[in-house]
Write a protein that binds this ligand. Sequence first.
Ligand code: ZN
Length: 128
Amino acid sequence: MLEIKVKTASRVEARNITNDVARALKNEEGALVYLFTPHTTCGLLINEDADPAVMSDIMDALNRLVPRNHTYKHAEGNADAHIKSSLTGHSLLVPFSGGRLALGTWQGIFLMEFDGPRERKVQVAVLR
Ligand code: ZN
């Protein structure tokens, strides 16, 4: 299992990790790439990486759906981050062809930080 480390810089951040994933996959062969992040307050998403306003809008929408300042039972103060993490999910499957991620033209892979800044891990496995 390959691993990528991502140091996020703020509490909430959509970090484009497409190039980090591609670099980790250098010399790998297979048909599918499985990505998994072993954390409870971040997530993984695929969406547009051409216009940064798209990820900004997605983050805004998540903040409207799950506001930070709400009365939650979880007393650690980061209940919103756990919920947003559950909404985005912790894993992705991406087609892999000819040694390259077979993403769509406008797609990128994002680590969604909801309770940073922290150092996050993303495990990467190539399935044959
Ligand atoms: Zn917590």
